[in-house]
Design a protein around this ligand. Structure first.
Ligand SMILES: Cc1cc2nc3c(=O)[nH]c(=O)nc-3n(C[C@H](O)[C@H](O)[C@H](O)COP(=O)(O)O)c2cc1C
Length: 163
């Protein structure tokens, strides 16, 4: 079975997951911009991973337009993972729930441009003002300081789905 992992990563967390998944599946991980989209039809399985911006899986729209026969998608954000979070993102991006996996990335402000950093700071400020902060809120506030919350074990369900 010919497989490939394609990804789009702004600051490296999605790239890290793509590398781990490719290693487990015994295939290559390629950055989306290095791939000729027409080539993807030749694969039996395409795993697409994109970082999450405003709830959207970055770059997924382009892959979706290719109508690949066997696609699996993962999104990487800084929200604490749960079935509810994954379900919401799948719905918002119109990805079938059983083919979508959500992983926690992290936050690396050093690698972000001014505009994106400002957007994140707005979210941070509103969370800081929230009255009854949950444990997840406190975790997210810690992440805003700069953190790598990636976990290799998180990919297990996706890998099992692809086998
Ligand atoms: C402008 C902007 C918007 C973001 N929006 C979300 C979001 O809606 N949900 C989320 O979980 N994370 C969001 N994040 C956090 C990133 O998805 C997170 O830092 C991710 O790990 C980045 O992955 P990358 O290193 O592959 O780029 C946002 C980050 C930026 C810069």
């Amino acid at each position: 079975m010919k497989k490939v992992v394609i990804y789009q990563s702004g600051t490296g967390f999605t790239a890290k997951y793509a590398g781990w998944i490719a290693e487990k599946l015994g295939c290559e991980a390629k950055e989306y911009k290095t791939v000729n989209p027409n080539e993807l039809a030749g694969y039996d399985l395409v795993v697409y991973g994109g970082w999450i911006m405003g709830g959207m899986v970055v770059g997924y729209d382009k892959v979706k337009a290719l109508n690949l026969k066997n696609g699996v998608v993962f999104g990487v954000g800084m929200t604490v993972p749960s079935d509810e979070v994954a379900g919401k993102i799948a719905e918002q991006n119109q990805i079938s729930r059983e083919r979508f996996f959500y992983f926690e990335g992290g936050y690396n402000p050093q690698k972000l441009g001014v505009v994106k950093k400002m957007m994140v700071n707005m979210v941070k400020k509103s969370l800081e003002k929230k009255a009854d902060k949950t444990e997840d809120d406190l975790h997210t506030l810690e992440t805003f300081k700069g953190a790598d919350n990636t976990r290799k074990e998180a990919i297990e369900d996706l890998v099992a789905f692809c086998m």
